[in-house]
Design a protein around this ligand. Sequence first.
Ligand SMILES: NC(=O)c1ccc[n+]([C@@H]2O[C@H](COP(=O)([O-])OP(=O)(O)OC[C@H]3O[C@@H](n4cnc5c(N)ncnc54)[C@H](OP(=O)(O)O)[C@@H]3O)[C@@H](O)[C@H]2O)c1
Length: 254
Amino acid sequence: MRGNERGIALFARQRAISIPNLDTILRMTMPLPTEARLRFVENLPICRILNGMWQVSGAHGRIDSNAAVDAMLAYQDAGFTTWDLADHYGPAEDFIGVFRRRLTDVRGADALSEIQAFTKWVPQPGPMTRQIVENNVDISLRRMGVDCLDLLQFHWWDYQDLRYLNALEQLADLRDEGKIHRLALTNFDTQRLRDIADHGIRVVSNQVQYSLIDRRPQAQMTQVCEEQRVWLLPYGVLCGGLLSDRYLGQPEPD
Ligand SMILES: NC(=O)c1ccc[n+]([C@@H]2O[C@H](COP(=O)([O-])OP(=O)(O)OC[C@H]3O[C@@H](n4cnc5c(N)ncnc54)[C@H](OP(=O)(O)O)[C@@H]3O)[C@@H](O)[C@H]2O)c1
């Protein structure tokens, strides 16, 4: 999968855990078509539509953890096997751990190989020693109940503070040692994508806001991504529902 298709690889999906959607998912009897999946990187095929887990963070109201994990099973069974989460999305990493145990119970251990769980690490800027970085990776490993993170998407708040490069160097070492399958970024700009590549650190994707309305990544980032073979994982593709049928026939706001 190269060329123009690479620019918009995936649509992040917000409704992963919403219970009203569960019935719809359970009614699905046909598996997803082959085109619904793509080879993200070697040994890691994924669903083009990711199940976004920000919605379990608690910021959208109380979460029933049993119902959430039931919904995760239903999504998995329907073929939506790729999850997008973060260390700071409330219990999202813990839910992956519970979900993996439930999946093992009901479908057997082999089913675990069908899950792709993409988490993020969003630290406050500060010293990025091996110990600090590894401790944080270990927390995600423990919460998710895995030996290796499928994808770790790193974010940094302040480009003036160059210690993001230290963090990425440590993360690259942990990847090479087997604790992270692939290293990635979220919300990095084009200049920093170049700087990171110039620093010799290989990342496979950058998760950014990208939609029919917000096309900022097309200005420069998609070209650099093509050159460096970096996927864009877009979020906000439905503009929080604005690009869906949710607002059709509704009165204009004041
Ligand atoms: N890296 C980052 O900084 C970052 C930032 C934001 C999001 N994300 C990731 O992206 C995921 C998705 O969030 P988003 O804000 O990007 O979502 P989005 O695609 O912009 O919007 C999804 C919204 O559309 C609404 N909607 C209406 N009709 C829909 C339909 N037919 N199908 C699906 N949604 C429909 C949903 O409403 P209801 O669900 O309320 O019904 C939901 O609020 C998050 O969970 C997170 O994993 C990452």
